[in-house]
Design a protein around this ligand. Structure first.
Ligand SMILES: [Zn+2]
Length: 181
């Protein structure tokens, strides 16, 4: 299965690397190489060499972000250990000045797994502390665990995507309506 980018937010997209398939809960980050591929596909960094240990650290962060999102959805306070981890990881984000002559850039350093995870953690912290958190939604399908930030004008987005869950729901409603009782 391919990676899904429907979250409108880097941290949500990272959480969405765990999906429900007909086989059950499936982890799309099943190898260190796939983590590196995800960084590239998400537009974070190219060519980062991820180790098995990096993958473990990444999954620890992903679990913390999911728990934080779940808690927010239930209007419960975040777990102190998750806040601690998010703070620790996001504080690893470094900005660097680079360039020559009159052309300089001041950008995030995104060279290692720790750098990219720091960016993901910081994006998560920013979302948690912003009014946009009210637009964080879990897909309306009971069988789906995908998260997204609803950026639609009327704030009525229900589904992770029409292709994944919206159509499935339409088909189910159609079937229910036409069922012979
Ligand atoms: Zn869905």
């Amino acid at each position: 299965m391919d990676f899904i980018f429907i979250g409108n937010n880097l941290a949500a997209d990272f959480v969405n690397t765990e999906v429900i398939t007909p086989q059950g809960r499936t982890d799309l980050l099943s190898s260190a190489e796939l983590l590196s591929t995800w960084f590239e596909r998400a537009g974070c960094a190219r060519g980062v060499k991820c180790t098995e240990l990096d993958l473990e650290v990444a999954k620890e962060l992903r679990a913390a972000v999911r728990r934080a999102f779940d808690r927010m959805a239930e209007t419960k306070p975040l777990q102190a250990t998750d806040v601690e981890l998010l703070n620790k990881r996001s504080n690893e984000l470094t900005r660097v000045l680079s360039g020559t002559n009159n052309s300089y850039k001041f950008t995030y350093r995104l060279e290692t797994t720790a750098d990219v995870l720091a960016l993901i953690a910081q994006t998560c912290c920013e979302l948690l502390a912003s009014p946009r958190i009210d637009s964080l939604r879990k897909c309306a399908s009971e069988k789906c665990i995908l998260y997204f930030v609803d950026t639609s004008k009327n704030q009525h987005r229900q589904w992770c995507s029409m292709e994944i869950c919206g159509n499935r729901e339409k088909v189910r409603k159609h079937y229910d309506k036409n069922k012979v009782h």
